[in-house]
Design a protein around this ligand. Structure first.
Ligand code: GDP
Ligand code: MG
Length: 441
């Protein structure tokens, strides 16, 4: 995909006169690529029309940066398509919210319910899970297993076959227990049968959810729009979660889901495990859709702010992909200094928003310093290993004692390490654009 778009733009820059014909050819090529990424046909056509309105042919003819202009226009247009114009209902900690999950069978609802609960639990919420799927054999067992693993209270029944009754009972119980996030998992059948939608409506009626989340498998292709629309017509969908983004799908269906439900994507699922769950971020997502790689902006920044002589070493570390605790320590130092490299690292998705949220810099800095104090009590072997399994219970205890910090904090630091290691691993094998990015998309 990235290849064909760069080819399209290459053709464009080779043409001596940028007339409408060339722009059209270029847009057609990019459109084909977007269709391959499962963006809906109609949306691609709309995007084409808009780009033609935005991109001024005279500017293109005169300027040197034709490619940048078109690239930026397409990028912005796709970002706009992912923005429904209003945020979704956001639950508030300490206040009871009921969130209902809907979607076809196999889309990842049950898995995502647990991820969503776990994500909030880690931030100090009191979530609970209700299994209102009485259709699929083993549905309750699956939820129970997930919930137990994450130590999240759950409710369900092997005997009761009425999902509406279970949902209502579960929500009632957890309201009494003062849970602040009551999550209702529903059944989804293979097809968009009338019975499924009726059941969903009844569960919704009985539980009065504050938010209904539509869960969509990223690999469903062009079917995304109709599917999302069918759900929206039956229940008040207010947000979307796209799952299985760790697979091959580029996720163009997300644009359809946003258009069909008029709701934002709030998270993406990136694996089967509980912590493979990310806050949805429009720009990296669109980069991926265009095959630009999530890191293009980041690389530009490196060239811009890192002194030339430090670039090779830094880039080598990045692309080797072995993230050790020592590298994390060094990056923490950089972030605290906020020197040029610190700035760069604060741009990496994952490093930035999660580690140092805007407006909470002081808190975050204190947290990073605590982590560094803990790491000061680690051995060289521990710091240079990229295998977190090395740190067994007795080592954790030793490090906690040595640094005078609680075991819980050592574990928290290791969780942060695992999270950042995952971000880092995406850089492995990364092709680094030359400083003169003209030759690269
Ligand atoms: P449900 O029928 O909608 O409840 O779907 P499940 O939660 O049972 O998920 C169906 C399958 O998809 C399971 O094997 C999950 O492990 C898997 N799954 C869910 N989310 C993801 C994801 O983000 N990535 C990957 N690779 N697998 C996922
Ligand atoms: Mg399920």
């Amino acid at each position: 995909l990235g290849g064909s778009i760069s080819r399209a733009l290459q053709q464009m820059s080779n043409a001596t006169i940028i007339d409408e014909k060339v722009l059209n050819e270029c847009l057609n090529e990019i459109s084909r690529a977007l269709l391959q990424a499962d963006v809906q046909f109609k949306m691609v056509r709309d995007m084409q029309t808009n780009i033609k309105k935005i991109v001024n042919l005279d500017d293109l003819a005169a300027g040197h940066n034709k490619r940048k202009i078109i690239q930026q226009a397409i990028f912005n247009e796709l970002c706009k398509m992912l923005d429904p114009g209003k945020p979704s209902f956001t639950p508030k900690k300490g206040k009871t919210s009921i969130v209902m999950f809907v979607g076809l069978q196999g889309s990842g609802k049950t898995t995502t319910c647990t991820k969503y609960a776990y994500y909030h639990q880690k931030k100090g919420w009191k979530p609970a899970l209700v299994c209102a799927d009485t259709f699929r054999a083993g549905a309750f067992d699956q939820l129970k297993q997930n919930a137990t693993k994450a130590k999240i209270p759950f409710y369900g029944s092997y005997m009761e076959s009425d999902p509406v009754k279970i949902a209502a009972e579960g929500v009632e119980r957890f309201k009494k227990e003062n849970c602040d996030l009551i999550i209702v998992d529903t059944s989804g059948r293979h097809k968009q049968e009338a019975a499924l939608f009726e059941e969903m409506r009844q569960v919704s009626e009985a539980t009065k959810p504050d938010l209904v989340i539509f869960v969509m498998d990223s690999s469903i292709g062009q079917a995304a729009f109709d599917q999302a629309q069918a759900f929206k017509q039956s229940v008040a969908v207010g947000a979307v979660i796209v799952t299985k983004m760790d697979g091959h799908a580029k996720g163009g269906g997300a644009l359809s889901a946003v258009a069909a439900t008029k709701s934002p994507v709030i998270f993406i699922g990136t694996g089967e495990h509980m912590d493979e769950f990310e806050v949805f971020d429009v720009k990296p997502f669109v980069s991926r859709l265009l095959g630009m790689g999530d890191w293009s902006g980041f690389m530009d920044k490196i060239h811009e702010v890192v002194p030339m002589d430090q670039q090779p070493e830094l880039l080598q570390k990045l692309t080797e992909g072995n993230f050790t605790l020592r590298i994390m320590y060094e990056q923490f130092q950089n972030i605290l200094k906020m020197g040029p490299i610190g700035q760069v690292f604060s741009m990496i998705p994952g490093f930035s928003a999660e580690l140092m949220p805007k407006g909470r810099e002081k808190e975050s800095q204190a947290r990073i310093k605590r982590f560094m104090t803990i790491m000061d009590s680690m051995t060289n072997e521990e710091l240079d290993s990229s295998n977190p399994k090395l740190l067994n219970e007795s080592r954790i205890l030793r490090i906690a004692r040595g640094s005078g910090r609680p075991v819980r904090e050592v574990e928290e630091m290791l969780e942060e390490y695992k999270r950042l290691a995952k971000v880092w691993s995406k850089m492995k094998g990364l092709k680094i654009p030359k400083k003169d990015a003209e030759a690269n998309w």
